[in-house]
Design a protein around this ligand. Structure first.
Ligand code: MRU
Length: 374
């Protein structure tokens, strides 16, 4: 991978070198897949070229890129890279199989990963010519990226109606709380949970967003940076603050993203989401989940006992990374020998979810199946 570094100095939201930027794209000048390396944000804009399936696997596992919808599109490009590479192998079938095994286990919770790989596999099923398989996959990966941006934009339009209604009722800026980053950086463009916020800004509906810092990886800094670029008023809070704000009447609604929703409406999302849902329920505050349809896992009836929860390195809890005098640095938080557990996600039961904001409209958890014609 070849990082191209640039400062975020005068950067407008997702505009880079005068061009609107997505989180992943195929660079036609250089014939290479490029991604924004989110590990450096919000301090530096680093763009990486991904040239092999192995590099894509590392980019997903080590969270150069992250967020369920983006992981899905990255996986589709990963399949394409694997097909390109296996053409040079003495045993193309075996080489491809090994790459797919690795790609499909890069991150276990976001169902978009398997959804994307399966979709590509279905498209090339029965096509024996390797060149043709490669061409079909490349085209599909690009289509999936465009589709994701369209889905997110629609989620924004539907979610906006909730914010608009609250604004009509309350006649003051709407206070929204969000957890983790379900923004443009977590998708190809727009984001899911943030998309209604961007559209509210476009339409001059005043909002203020409480941004959970989201330990241990602090994705809140991505969300606050994104919102700042879009000129949306926001305030970062520690993960434990939301309940207090809700009791004080300072939160009108919660919107979060999701990594997997099961057929009954249970929601996997970043660790800590469940606690926010409980606090929202206790305070009668609507709790919405922005849900693109590829994130629904119809094969699982419920989530609490069946969604695989990613466990990451304890090091992410024991140390914290940030910027010291313009240099990306890591600082130890605990004395040596201390144990830590690092679950990446939790499950919010369907009963705590007010509604799903999907690209097709808004529905309640118990309406999910009929809403999608299942
Ligand atoms: O571990 P991450 O940063 O990939 O987790 C991301 C989230 O939990 C998001 O809320 C989710 O993927 C939805 S992104 C539109």
């Amino acid at each position: 991978m070849f990082p191209v570094k640039a400062t975020t100095g005068n950067l407008l939201f997702m505009i880079y070198n005068g061009k609107k930027l997505r989180t992943i794209w195929f660079d036609t000048d250089e014939n290479v897949v490029k991604i924004i390396d989110q590990r450096y944000l919000p301090f530096e804009m680093v763009i990486e070229s991904i040239t092999t399936c192995d590099e894509m696997c590392r980019a997903i596992t080590d969270m150069y890129l992250r967020g369920a919808p983006l992981i899905g599109v990255a996986a589709a490009y990963g399949v394409w890279l694997a097909l390109l590479e296996c053409a040079n192998s003495s045993n193309p079938q075996e080489a491809f199989r090994t790459s797919m095994e690795r790609l499909s286990t890069t991150r276990p919770t976001a169902v978009n990963l398997l959804w994307a790989i399966n979709r590509v596999m279905r498209a090339i099923d029965g096509v024996s010519d390797l060149k043709e398989r490669t061409t079909i996959t490349f085209k599909l990966a690009g289509e999936m990226a465009d589709e994701d941006a369209d889905i997110c934009r629609s989620i924004g339009e539907h979610g906006l109606t909730i914010i608009e209604n609250l604004y009509r009722k309350l006649g003051r800026p709407i206070q929204v709380l969000t957890h983790c980053n379900a923004g443009a950086l977590a998708t190809v463009d727009y984001g899911t949970a943030t998309s209604p916020m961007y559209i509210a800004r476009e339409r001059n509906i005043p909002i203020h967003v409480w941004v959970d810092e989201t330990r241990p990886r602090n994705q809140g800094r991505l969300t606050s940076w994104e919102l700042q670029q879009a000129d949306i008023d926001n305030t970062v809070i520690c993960d434990n603050t939301g309940g207090y704000l809700m009791q004080q009447g300072k939160v009108d609604m919660v919107i979060v993203g999701t990594d997997r929703v099961t057929a009954n409406g249970d929601v996997a999302n970043k660790i800590g989401t469940y606690l926010k849902a409980l606090a929202a329920h206790d305070n009668d505050i609507p709790f919405y989940v922005a849900l693109p349809s590829p994130t629904i896992d119809w094969s699982l009836e419920e989530g609490v006992s069946s969604i695989p929860i990613e466990e990451r390195s304890p090091e992410e809890v024991l140390a914290i990374d940030g910027d010291i005098d313009g240099k990306r640095s890591s600082v130890r938080l605990f004395s040596s020998g201390i144990k830590a557990k690092n679950y990446g996600f939790d499950i919010t039961p369907a009963r705590l979810v007010t509604g799903f904001i999907t690209e097709k409209g808004i529905c309640k958890p118990n309406e999910l199946k009929t809403f999608f014609g299942r």
